[in-house]
Design a protein around this ligand. Structure first.
Ligand code: XMP
Length: 517
């Protein structure tokens, strides 16, 4: 792999994704890894990420100097660029000049291997206080800006390069070209990592792990479990059985999409548990969000475990017990729970259907090395329906936490209709890629006066909460075109009974969370 050394900024995962977009497999590694540990991973290239610190600060993250002596093509970015300069005998200084945001960079000469072929003037995204005052001996300066004389450098002989700006963010005009020049030209790596290869590799691995054993998987209706199960099915066919719990808090037609479209395209064996009444009675009279979440979580686990126990018993009677459980764990979860890097980025994973402590199954996690967009690409390659592969993130507790107030069958039906209209119009407007997700919320405990036809109405408001985000940890409200908002509003107030008002949530996260409850 290409190893991305994580200096603790939010950029490291993004760099790894961009490298993979260039067709080269990459993994994250903490900056505390020693040169020997780095060498053990057989990297074909190394990228040093940005970081929040100054190289002079006491306790600033460092790099084993041996890493730069391994003879592996290396690119330093921002903080990583400064670490490189410092370790190789250049100078890093705090000149009091800061650059933040869009900045003009000018290439020096032809820009060398790293920047060759790019326009002499380009817009780059900067975020730094310190700067490289002098390039190390043997290094050519490849670019500069008004405030930063050494904005990029390179030593073609040693295959060591660095840039002060962030090529991994889309605001840098030729950012991806910088990464691709480094990977393909400097390091000579072919672009041969793609979804087809990943599928072939995972299928092999799953077969090796599972053998003739039986496997079980809980489908949530979301992308991750759907793709994970499809991969396992491709590998071991009907040794896999899936369980899908319909708790009644799903979106409109979601159950049919799983039972019909998904099953038709994968051939997966599916057991659906209809637990709608059970969930509604458990939620009766409850308005408090935390209480709702707890009840839904508890009922879910209870239902899932019953279904699972029945299948386990059946399989055991059959002589071939169920030994494996499929989980749609993704790479960011692995990294964030400390499995991949030293990032102190603690996130609480609130998954309904969280695993019991005394897990009796061995886990099969075919998506452990993948990012979400890669999982979608694999799903498409496997022929899964777009309604599932293109699906927005959806919380485990479902529409239960998008009804402010008590959850009832009537209210669920209202929200399902409004949500279906909003999603349909967003898709029609081609906005699915621009927004991260758009929760639609029913303010069931609020009423407002309206006029529809000739009469006064006293109905409920619907809130649209479109957000853009990279990872749901932070988010901004999406600036949707007015005509799309207008269309959604018109259709919801015309087509959904009891709704006489549509409002737009214009709060970023923080301070607002994405969901209302
Ligand atoms: P918040 O509301 O915390 O949401 O900003 C961040 C992301 O997580 C999703 N979310 C959940 N996902 N179980 C889940 O699987 C949950 O209980 C849950 N609560 C929120 C939310 O949709 C958003 O993508």
């Amino acid at each position: 792999p290409v190893l991305v050394v994580d200096f603790g900024a939010q950029y490291a995962q993004l760099i790894a994704r961009r490298v993979r977009e260039a067709g080269v497999y990459s993994e994250l590694i903490p900056h505390t890894a020693t040169a020997a540990e780095v060498a053990e991973r057989n990297p074909v290239g190394i990228i040093l990420s940005g970081g929040p610190s100054s190289v002079y600060e006491p306790g600033a993250p460092t790099l084993d100097p041996g890493v730069l002596e391994l003879g592996i093509p290396t690119l330093g970015i921002c903080y990583g660029f400064q670490v490189m300069a410092q370790q190789l005998g250049g100078e890093v200084a705090n000149t009091g000049l800061r650059e933040y945001g869009a900045t003009d960079a000018t290439l020096a000469g032809d820009g060398g291997v790293l920047l060759g072929g790019q326009p002499a003037e380009q817009n780059v995204w900067m975020s730094h206080g310190d700067q490289v005052a002098k390039a190390p001996e043997g290094f050519d300066v490849l670019a500069s800006t008004a405030a930063t004389p050494v904005a990029a450098f390179g030593n073609a002989e040693r295959n060591l390069y660095g840039v002060q700006w962030h090529p991994e963010v889309k605001h840098s005009d030729h950012g991806q070209d910088v990464l691709e020049n480094f990977l393909h030209k400097a390091a000579g790596l072919p672009a041969d990592w793609n979804s087809g290869n990943v599928i072939a590799e995972q299928v092999e691995k799953i077969r090796a792990q599972v053998g003739s054993g039986r496997v079980i998987c809980g489908l949530s209706g979301g992308v991750d479990s759907a793709v994970a199960a499809a991969l396992v099915h491709k590998a071991v066919g009907d040794q896999l059985v899936c369980i899908f719990v319909d708790h009644g808090l799903l979106r409109k037609n979601e159950r049919e999409q799983v039972e019909q479209d998904y099953v038709a395209s994968t051939g997966v064996r599916l057991v659906t548990i209809d637990a709608r009444d059970q969930f509604l009675s458990a939620l009766a009279g409850v308005s408090d969000p935390e209480q709702k979440r707890k009840i839904i979580g508890r009922e879910f686990i209870r239902t899932f475990e019953q279904a699972e126990a029945a299948l386990v018993a059946e399989a055991a009677a059959d002589g071939e017990p169920i030994r494996f459980l499929v989980q749609g764990t993704l790479y960011p979860d692995v990294v964030e729970s400390g499995g991949g890097a030293g990032t102190a980025n603690i996130k609480s994973h609130h998954n309904v259907g969280g695993l019991p402590e005394d897990l009796q199954f061995e886990l099969v996690e075919p998506l452990r090395t993948l990012f979400k967009d890669e999982v979608r690409a694999i799903g498409r390659e496997l022929g899964l329906p777009e309604v599932i592969v293109g699906r927005q993130p959806f919380p485990g507790p479902g529409l239960g936490i998008r009804i402010v107030g008590e959850v009832t069958a009537d209210r669920l039906a209202i929200l399902q209709d409004a949500d279906a209209i909003a999603r349909e119009e967003l898709t029609k407007a081609g906005l699915d890629d621009e927004i991260w997700q758009c929760p639609v919320v029913l303010l069931a405990d609020v009423r407002s006066v309206g006029v529809q036809g000739d009469g006064r109405t006293y109905g409920h408001p619907i809130v649209l909460r479109p957000v853009s985000s990279e990872d749901a940890m932070t988010a901004d409200w999406s600036r949707l075109p007015y005509d799309v908002l207008s269309k959604i509003s018109n259709r919801i107030t015309n087509e959904v009974r009891e709704v006489n008002r549509v409002v737009l949530d214009v709060t970023s996260k923080p301070p607002g969370t994405i969901e209302w409850e």
